[in-house]
Design a protein around this ligand. Structure first.
Ligand code: B16
Ligand code: MG
Length: 224
């Protein structure tokens, strides 16, 4: 078995480093209630890692709205979400996330965040983790969102690392697909029904070990 170099870790944000996925759910739920559209936690699973516009399309479940109404609804949902973000603090970091990122940095691994959220920079600021990151790729950096590979390719470029040397950490099916399409190795965080296509599946970052992940994933990849 060959050994494939790993030089950068690229982290999705919502659901990987922080628990904002719950806040996205609450904001969409409020909008859905106001519009009289049934929307459950299970429906929300299909919105993980998906852009704001595509999330609205899925939430509407075939109901047709004008472009103006769609823009207003996305605006409204974002307003509810931004209000909740004002309460966000380092306490909303997921267990073990910061330690894991620090351990990676101490090993000389470059660290980036790649999220299609247009609120990425606010979230990073409120979590107080900006100083730990070599680069941030957000919803303003690319046109095509996950499952397109663009956001991860952009992040790899931002840390000056070939895609073949990047490992992505993702909690969403669309994100796992995007990372694989980018030619990267992926650690899926969460249930296998959701992230089972990843090269390695873990429940979360709380017990993840940098050395272990590198040793497992360096046995698989694209020859440098
Ligand atoms: P915004 P990720 C995604 O971020 C979220 O998972 C998804 O639920 C959200 O709809 C999307 O960002 C857009 O976010 O409305 O803030 O621009 O998982 O790529 O970090
Ligand atoms: Mg996510």
């Amino acid at each position: 078995m060959g050994s494939y170099r790993i030089s950068a870790f690229i982290f999705d944000l919502d659901g990987v480093l922080t628990d904002t996925s719950e806040l996205h759910f609450l904001a969409w739920k409020r909008l859905a209630d106001e519009e009289g559209i049934p929307f459950t936690r299970q429906d929300n699973e299909a919105l993980r890692g998906v852009s704001r516009r595509e999330s609205l399309r899925r939430l509407l479940k075939g109901r047709s709205v004008t472009e103006e109404q769609a823009l207003e609804m996305m605006e409204r949902k974002n307003r509810y979400y931004r209000r909740m973000l004002s309460e966000l603090s380092p306490a909303n970091l997921l267990p073990g996330a910061v330690k894991f990122v620090e351990n990676a940095r101490n090993r000389g691994i470059k660290v980036a965040v790649a999220s299609v959220s247009k609120n990425t920079r606010v979230v990073i600021e409120r979590l107080g983790i900006g100083g730990l990151l070599d680069a941030v790729a957000d919803g303003y950096c690319v046109v095509n969102y996950k499952p397109s590979p663009d956001i991860f390719i952009f992040a790899a470029g931002a840390v000056g690392t070939p895609v073949s040397e990047c490992v992505v950490f993702e909690d969403a099916e669309a994100g796992v697909e995007a990372a694989l399409r980018a030619g990267m190795r992926v650690v899926g965080l969460g249930p296998t029904e959701r992230v089972g296509k990843a090269n390695l599946v873990l429940p979360d970052l709380s017990r993840a070990r940098v050395d272990e992940i590198i040793s497992i994933l360096s046995g698989t990849g694209i020859p440098a």
